[in-house]
Write a protein that binds this ligand. Sequence first.
Ligand code: KIV
Ligand code: ZN
Length: 511
Amino acid sequence: MTRKIAIFDTTLRDGEQSPGAGMTTDDKLVIARQLLRMNVDVIEAGFPVSSPGDFRSVAEIGRMAGDSCVVCGLTRAVDHDIDVAAEALATAKRPRIHTGLGVSPEHLHEKLGITEDECVERVIRCVRYARNLVDDVEFYAEDAGRSDQDFLVRVIQAAVDAGATVVNIPDTTGYSLPEDFAARIRDLRERVEGIEDVTISVHTHNDLGMATALALAAVKAGAEQVECTINGLGERAGNTSLEEVVMAMRMHGDELDAHTDVVTRELTRASRLVSSITGISVQPNKAIVGANAFAHSSGIHQDGVLKARDTYEIIDPDDVGAAGSEIILSARSGHAALRHRLVELGYTFEDEEFEEVYQRFLEIADQKSEVYDQDLESIVQERAREVSAVYTLDALQIQCGDPLVPTAVATITDEDGDTQVVSMIGTGPVDAAYKAIDKVVSVHGDLQEFAIKAVTRGIDAIGEVTVRIVDDDGKVFTGRGADTDIIVSSAKAYLNAVNRMITTKRSREGE
Ligand code: KIV
Ligand code: ZN
């Protein structure tokens, strides 16, 4: 039997640090539910001291996870951060505090302004402090990838002696080469006393496009936990992609002496969900979950795959949940058929909620003859977006064409139930609709990016619009909207981004 490698998912913490990937607590709960379905070992649910929203997310995910997995909160090596994390994790059956500080010369001297001795004192203090509050404490040596190895050994020894249960060796800046990084792990295993009683974790970034290679090299060298995110989301070029490390271990388990317990058939859905919630698209040629990951375009390749799949495919699309849906629903499909398919896709609803989903399904089914799984996912996620909306678009009427003046009449209701009907003209129908929305809402965001794509094939497909808007502080908010009418999708996407901007501001202000 190969070694079990723990999968530590940090989509909700490091992933959320991607510009424009900000998530509400409701968003995080939806993703956490999917992570539980995938059977990850640890969910890093947030950085509790950073905002009331993050605190709430950690608390609620802790409550939701029960015994199923460890729930972790990030802290700096600061007593107050650790106290707040422990408080947020009080709901969790298996809480973990993830604490630490920078250990490279750049971090010690330029960022923290401390000596090596002072750093070691802080390591001991933060780990001991956290161990007084919870039994499971993970210490991170930030920027270990650029640290002096002898000093790293000293730091990790101090963390182990102070009671850390997991030691995390991050390549924070994605600087290392795989073999050098693996050598660091081997060296720590040889030189740190008692390291065999703690788990060595690795947390690698993708600045040189090697995050997955670094993580796998470290696993081969003895690491037993990998920190990663769905779609490789994360700071700058992102983190190690969960789907890549999990599938690499599945394909090369014997060579790596490694396996994970992740349910790989859930990988594609997880990828779509995270992309839909964050509004960050997955590049088509992305390994495992990209739209082209199992597409064969050259005639020679198509011929080969038709003769034997393994001529050009090392992974069975079924194994990652990427095979096309066999079931296509239509306006004739009843409640039972829809409920059955939603359950198969992993969505369950109380009766009242289900009726709302069913009514929306009927509207879509009336507009397009065949309703695919992607359409259903779009409906469900749109509903999730609406649940926490401050403003809701009730109706939108557009007049446009040549030589008409593009005009939008929007009916918008706020959370107190007040409805306004506004009319605006613009340079085009989307501009007119956005101006109408701006007239009603209390905040303004500058539109930075606008993208539209069809959810499925066919001229009657649902059009999904993603927008990014920037507030006065330069913070980016992403919004998504889906409808068979692309002007309506555009308006919904903009309103969704505005709603996110408002809820994030409220959450920062502690409302
Ligand atoms: O990249 C990093 O070093 C981190 C730590 C906070 C674990 O994200
Ligand atoms: Zn990181």
